[in-house]
Design a protein around this ligand. Structure first.
Ligand code: PEP
Length: 253
């Protein structure tokens, strides 16, 4: 069976009280898909202790270095020690607000994988780039540079996932059409196969950008879409539960 993933990106939201009520309201009884959430780093251990055991907990960012004089940073090893199993790398907010470029992101991907964290590597074009007709070349270079020197041998099962998140659809309420998203996911699949030479690897591809229960099914049923990276809607337990049950019902053979 081809798995589906619902990954929540809580960004810098939630506090201990709202986390408690989120898990009181969460209902994954109808879900068999992968359910992952990345809270703020300081809340990782709370989620690891208090969330359903089927839920995987991850980080939103790591330092590219292993350890040392990097005041304020969080190492991949520390996330792993807290029970995180994965980390987002290259989210558009990290790229734009914190000037993270492909070279730095590539170091972070290597660091995460070497510490045994799975990676969700995010790519996506801005509205300006889409309007200029350069969406594919932007995404190709984000993939080739961000994933440089990651050999196929380092990627087993879902060790590395790609999230396609058009920047113009993140937090805007404007969602890519299923056809637009499918076309880019297909392009990403081909880039991984032929440019990175990962032909025989099954890399899960997630769509992100204003996914909600009302628009999820049309996106998730596309051939090359294996799940969703969800911001705003993942903060509400009812929406998250609903997304997980939609994704579970669509798990493909
Ligand atoms: C995100 O931040 O990764 C995201 C997809 O946000 P939203 O679902 O709110 O657009």
């Amino acid at each position: 069976m081809k798995k589906q993933y619902i990954v929540g990106n809580w960004k810098m939201n939630q506090d201990l009280e709202s986390i408690k009520s989120f898990f009181a309201d969460l209902d994954l009884s109808e879900s068999s898909c992968e359910t992952w959430i990345s809270p703020q780093a300081l809340h990782i251990q709370t989620l690891v202790n208090d969330s359903p055991k089927t839920l995987q907990v991850g980080g939103q960012n790591i330092c590219e270095a292993t350890s040392g004089a990097y005041t304020g940073e969080t190492s991949a090893k520390a996330l792993k020690d807290m029970g995180a199993t994965f980390c987002l790398i290259g989210h558009s907010e990290r790229r734009s607000l914190f000037q993270e470029d492909d070279d730095l992101l590539n170091k972070k991907v290597h660091q995460a994988l070497s510490c045994g964290l799975k990676v969700i590597f995010c790519v996506g074009e801005t509205l300006q780039e889409r309007n200029q007709g350069i969406t594919e070349s932007v995404i190709k270079s984000q993939l080739i540079e961000g994933l440089e020197a990651i050999g196929p041998a380092q990627i087993a099962n879902d060790t590395l996932l790609i999230a396609y998140e058009p920047v113009w659809a993140i937090g805007t309420g404007e969602v890519a059409t299923p056809e637009q998203a499918q076309a880019i996911h297909h392009f990403i699949r081909n880039t991984l196969a032929f440019d990175l030479d990962w032909r025989d690897k099954q890399v899960p591809l997630l769509y992100g950008g204003s996914v909600k229960p009302g628009n999820a099914e049309g996106l998730l049923c596309q051939k090359d879409i294996d799940g969703a990276l969800v911001g705003g809607a993942s903060l509400k337990a009812t929406d998250y539960s609903r997304l997980a049950s939609i994704a579970s019902s669509l798990q493909k053979n």
